[in-house]
Design a protein around this ligand. Sequence first.
Ligand code: BYC
Length: 474
Amino acid sequence: MIDYTEKIPNNVDLGRDRVLQRALEHWQPAFLGWWSDMGPNESSNYEVYLRTATSVEPDGWAQFGYVRMPEYRWGIFLQPRDETRQVNFGRHKGQAAWQEVPGEYRSILRRVIVTQGDTEPASVEQQKALGLSCPSLYDLRNIFQVNVEEGRHLWAMVYLLHRYFGRDGREEAESLLARRSGDTDNPRILGAFNEPTPDWLAFYMFTFFTDRDGKFQLCALAESGFDPLSRTCRFMLTEEAHHMFVGETGVSRIIQRTCDVMNEHKIDDPSDVRAMGVIDLQTIQRYLNFHYSVTLDLYGSDVSSNAANYYTSGLKGRFRETKLADDHILSEADYPVWEVLETKIVEKRVPALTALNERLRDDYIGEIEDGVARWQKVIDTAGIPFKLTLPHKGFHREIGNFAGHHISLTGEVLTQDAWKQHEFEWLPSPSDYKYVQSLMSGRVTELGKFANWIAPPIRGINNQPLNFEYIRFN
Ligand code: BYC
């Protein structure tokens, strides 16, 4: 029997909702079983210095203390309700926001919630083995924080399925625990969540690039006319910021360390850099190319009638929808997308309604450019003549107009053979992965110590020093 207020912090009056309690009584043990199988390896006994959300108040959403992860209090939180909120776009614009699922949109809404929910456990599965090769206790604590919060985001979507979708919602909630990242028979829904995250450089790239897709998708869902979805996503976004911070600073610290070693030893050839046990900037660029392109696919097809439907129905808006100055109906507007015409990439204007995936992708790219410019600053400050670049939008894509084409880093349309000749100049090769893996063969657990290939962060977590005991291994 679950003690609802103590075990599951919530602001949805769970203690009084018998139907929801019964659903969670079945699901919670299954979730813990999944965590035990697919959560971080060998971690069940560790006490981890984690933040736990116990309320949505400013002093309640980041309570720090030592927690064994299986005992983490995965809670259910929605941003408080605004009674005056309306549907702000699409054909229902101006109606009061929906507090229950509109019958006509039940199945598409469920599908969007399931797609969102599916990514959360997937990322935990992808990162399962990384704790055994952590570069420091600080980093180990951060990956565990990300993992428990992805678990909480799964809870957030499962709450919506249980509370608003009855029996089929419960079935979907079970399926979320049954699919497995990378499984041939029962994979996760979206491509990027079936890719392995084999090492810490990949983890930081993932949290920088792919968690940021999370941010943009959650922002679009936070605009939803279905108010419980909107309020859930708004609270999830408060946690997402830390995940992207982990990614951005993680890559930045790796770049910093590489630059320091290059300057100290006056070397710039990648093999000399590798001989010093750090990751050459060329390999970092190839990882960047991979994670960026795989994440661009997560926005779906450039022209999508699904996306138009979500919007017109008032279920999924644009990034910062209410701040945009237009009619929020988009029946007249158009938007540029790119397509491949024989050997050229050409711009084509299409109805803006059908290009909403592309538009969200473009919003995302803007933020990515800013982040990459901050990494570049580290290199420039070190005085090293190396430029990080973002690949062309069409590079290495499997979804949308570029799928099936072979686009170079700079946007030329190539034959498959020509592209293949450059593949491992542009994407990490098996030997790149092997090298990075060789650096991460064991874990660094001494207080205040960091692996040779990464610089320490500027400060610790929650104002703790860098040599703080972020994990007690017991
Ligand atoms: N891989 O009309 P289209 C996060 C399918 S990340 C495989 O363009 P739509 C997180 C598509 O399902 C954010 N299949 O699709 C980050 C459709 O299938 P059907 C996750 C794909 O519906 C890090 C067909 O192709 N949240 O939170 O407009 C750690 C036609 O496509 C892919 C969401 O994604 C793909 N990449 O757009 C932890 C928000 N892309 O109908 C967490 C919810 C498309 O032919 N999801 N397909 O069977 C959505 O809003 C939409 O489903 C998508 C796709 C934007 C993903």
